[in-house]
Design a protein around this ligand. Structure first.
Ligand SMILES: CC(C)(COP(=O)(O)OP(=O)(O)OC[C@H]1O[C@@H](n2cnc3c(N)ncnc32)[C@H](O)[C@@H]1O)[C@@H](O)C(=O)NCCC(=O)NCCS
Ligand SMILES: Nc1ncnc2c1ncn2[C@@H]1O[C@H](COP(=O)(O)OP(=O)(O)OP(=O)(O)O)[C@@H](O)[C@H]1O
Length: 195
């Protein structure tokens, strides 16, 4: 089974590209979605213990949690120490399940693949990129996003140029969905031919 690590900086098109793999029938594990699911239940009590007042109606309020950790490196590190092991466990369970099912190719969508030293744990690194101007335009168009939040997130991420340099494949998401779909199909074909 070939494990593709799909990564990219904030707003570069990771989630959208992950859906293109899923459209081709490739199983995808989405780390951000796993975090959101954990926050809605299992992880809520431990997050509340570390950051009192962030849980509302049994679920972590991500906006409130964000105000406590974005731009506050120590608080973010404390949060990551809780969350990342839970995400890694979910990924391991996903890989075991898909391996048992005999899947030829799977995708791990991992926003912090380089930052958390996981690049060596996948067989093929695919980096999504759209260029910094397009990234900025996309991220700042999000409701509630500020220059400060964007800068704080970027400061925690390996630069796009370094990610691209370390990728086996770069998926350019600046030219629309269909162009990205063509690149995803081409990558699946290449990996399938080699496996
Ligand atoms: C700060 C939080 C509450 C903001 O939640 P929100 O719903 O607004 O954003 P979401 O979780 O969808 O993340 C969006 C993007 O932000 C960036 N990002 C998120 N967490 C981090 C981090 N710890 N370091 C650097 N970038 C990050 C990534 O590019 C990610 O794709 C949330 O991101 C969080 O709990 N982060 C800590 C857990 C984590 O490290 N998650 C990412 C990898 S598993
Ligand atoms: N190939 C593409 N063509 C056109 N627009 C795209 C493409 N890929 C992504 N986008 C747009 O860019 C924005 C960000 O995409 P997406 O949410 O997939 O990024 P992300 O990297 O997962 O972001 P984050 O790191 O914040 O989770 C969205 O508005 C999406 O519609």
């Amino acid at each position: 089974m070939i494990v593709v690590g799909l990564t990219g900086s904030i707003g570069m098109g990771k989630s959208t590209t992950a859906r293109l793999f899923a459209d081709e029938g490739v199983p995808v594990h989405d780390a951000d979605a796993t975090v959101h699911r954990l926050y809605a239940g299992e992880a809520a009590p431990v997050i509340e213990a570390a950051f009192p007042g962030v849980v509302k109606d049994g679920a972590v309020d991500r906006k409130e949690l964000g105000t406590r950790v974005i731009g506050a490196p120590e608080a973010l590190a404390k949060l990551e120490a809780i969350v990342h092991p839970l995400v890694r466990r979910a990924e391991a369970e996903f890989l075991a399940r898909e391996r048992a099912a005999g899947r030829p190719i799977v995708v791990l969508d991992v926003p912090l693949l380089f930052e958390t030293g996981r690049a060596g744990a996948v067989d093929h690194i695919a980096v999504v990129s759209a260029g910094e101007a397009e990234q900025r335009r996309r991220v700042l168009a999000r409701p509630g996003m500020t220059e400060e939040t964007f800068a704080a997130m970027l400061a925690r991420q390996t630069p796009d140029a370094e990610k691209r340099a370390r990728a086996h494949t770069v998926i350019d998401t600046s030219r629309g969905i269909e162009a990205a779909r063509d690149q995803v199909r081409a990558l699946i074909a290449t990996l399938s031919a080699g496996s």
